[in-house]
Design a protein around this ligand. Structure first.
Ligand code: ATP
Length: 369
C-alpha cells in the first residue's frame, strides 16, 4: 500500500506559511494532481513528501509509516523535476542506473535489503529504457538528446528504483505545446502500467484536467477543493476555484437575490436579472448579496433579461468568444461559429441557462448553489 497522507501538515519559512494545515490523502495507485497558481505552496508540499524539507507541524504518512523523521533516501519514493537534473557527463544508461548504485533494495524473498548486482542493475535499466522507448539511446549523453528524450530519461531514472510512489514537479514545463500534449498521454499510460501512486504538481489546469484521477486545488498554502476534474468544473466549492478552473474562466458578477412571484432570481445592478432555476436552495432570502457565476458556454446572446453591449468578438475557428460589457464588469459568451456574430458596439440581451448558474456567498466566497 502506498497512499500518501497529509494530516494537518503546516510548513513555515520564517513568517511565510507555505503549506497551511493541509489534510489530504493521495490514494494507493491514484494519479493526484496538486494544482494552483505560482507561489501557492505546491512545490513545498511535494518537497515535504520527498523529505527535502522538514514539516513544521502535522503528520505525513507514506503507506502505514509516519515519515516525518524518515530521511529522504529511506522514503521509497522517486521525484521527477522540471529541470530533469540529468548528469551531463554520463550516458543515458548511466543516468538511469544512478539511483541504483548506492541504495539497498528489498530483492525477491531476501530477508535483508542489499545492494543490487551489476547484472540486476543492467536488467532494471533495460526494463526502464524499454518502457520509455529509450533502448536505442542508451549510449548517448544528455547533450545529444531532444528535450522530450531528456524528459523520458528523467522518467526512466525515476521508475528504475521501483518506488512505492512518484512525485512530479512540473515535469512538462520545458516542452513545447505539441510534445507536452503527447507526453501527457504517455504519463497517463505510464501510470496505468506501473499501477503506482502519482503525486503531480502543476499550475497548468489542462495538465490537471487531462491526467488526474483527482485534482487538489491549492491557494495560499491551503486546500480549496479536491475532486475529479468534472466535479471540480461542475461544482466549484468557492470563488477561487470557480475563477481558476475553466478557460475562458467562469463569469462572476455581484448580484442580489430577488424572490419574484415565489421564484428566485439574481438581480445584477443596472443590467437586469437571471432566473436561478430549481437548484437555488429552498428558503434563500430576498435581498441576499451573492456572486452569480455562469460559465461562458451556458450564456446565450438574444432573448434574455440581462442587457449588455458587445465589446469584441474573438474567432477561434471552431468557436467564438463574445466579450460583453456590463455596468458590473465584463462577461464572455462562448458559442459555436454558426450564423452571424453580433458586431462590436451592438446592444444585446443575454440568457443564462437557469440550471447551469452558480451562486456564491459574497462575503465568504463559499458556494451556495
Ligand atoms: P511555483 O509554481 O512558482 O513553483 P509553488 O506553488 O510551487 O510555486 P512554493 O515554491 O511551494 O510555491 O512556495 C510557496 C511559498 O513559500 C512562496 O511564498 C515561497 O516564496 C515560499 N518559499 C518556498 N521555499 C522557501 C524557502 N526555502 N525559504 C523561504 N521561503 C520559501
Amino acid at each position: 500500500m502506498s497512499e500518501v497522507r497529509f494530516d494537518r501538515v503546516t510548513k513555515r519559512f520564517g513568517d511565510v506559511v507555505a503549506v497551511d494545515d493541509l489534510t489530504l490523502e493521495v490514494r494507493d495507485e491514484e494519479f493526484l494532481v496538486l494544482l494552483g497558481p505560482s507561489g501557492c505552496g505546491k512545490t513545498t508540499a511535494l518537497r515535504l513528501v520527498a523529505g527535502l524539507d522538514a514539516i513544521t507541524s502535522g503528520e505525513l504518512r507514506i503507506g502505514e509509516r509516519v515519515v516525518n523523521d524518515v530521511e529522504a533516501k529511506d522514503r521509497d519514493i522517486s521525484m521527477v523535476f522540471q529541470s530533469y537534473a540529468l548528469y551531463p557527463h554520463m550516458t543515458v544508461a548511466k543516468n538511469i542506473e544512478s539511483p541504483l548504485i548506492a541504495r539497498r533494495f528489498a530483492v525477491g524473498d531476501d530477508a535483508e535489503k542489499r545492494k543490487l548486482t551489476k547484472a540486476e542493475r543492467d536488467e532494471r535499466v533495460r526494463d526502464a529504457a524499454g518502457i520509455l522507448g529509450l533502448s536505442e539511446l542508451l549510449g548517448r549523453k544528455p547533450g545529444a538528446l531532444s528535450g522530450g528524450q531528456r524528459q523520458r530519461v528523467a522518467l526512466a531514472r525515476a521508475i528504475v528504483s521501483r518506488p512505492a510512489a512518484f512525485l512530479f514537479d512540473e515535469p512538462l514545463s520545458n516542452l513545447d505545446a505539441k510534445l507536452r500534449a503527447q507526453t501527457r498521454l504517455e504519463l497517463v499510460d505510464l501510470h496505468r502500467r506501473l499501477a503506482t501512486t502519482f503525486l503531480y504538481v502543476t499550475h497548468d489546469q489542462v495538465e490537471a484536467m487531462t491526467m488526474a484521477d483527482r485534482i487538489a486545488i491549492i491557494a495560499d498554502g491551503a486546500l480549496q477543493q479536491v475532486g475529479a476534474a468534472q466535479d471540480v468544473y461542475d461544482r466549484p466549492a468557492n470563488l477561487f476555484v470557480a475563477g481558476f478552473i475553466g478557460s475562458p474562466p467562469m463569469n462572476l458578477l455581484p448580484a442580489i437575490v430577488r424572490i419574484v412571484d415565489g421564484e428566485p432570481w439574481a438581480e445584477v445592478a443596472e443590467a437586469g436579472r437571471v432566473r436561478l432555476g430549481a437548484h437555488a436552495p429552498a428558503g434563500i432570502s430576498d435581498g441576499r448579496p451573492v456572486v452569480l457565476g455562469v460559465r461562458p458556454e451556458h450564456l446565450h446572446v438574444g432573448d434574455g433579461q440581462l442587457a449588455a453591449t458587445v465589446g469584441a468578438v474573438e474567432w477561434l475557428g471552431h468557436e467564438r468568444h463574445i466579450v460583453l460589457e456590463m455596468p458590473g464588469g465584463t462577461m464572455t459568451v462562448r458559442e459555436p461559429t454558426e450564423g452571424a456574430a453580433p458586431t462590436a458596439g451592438a446592444a444585446v440581451a443575454i440568457t443564462a441557462e437557469p440550471d447551469e448558474v452558480h451562486l456564491f456567498d459574497l462575503a465568504s466566497g463559499e458556494r451556495i448553489a
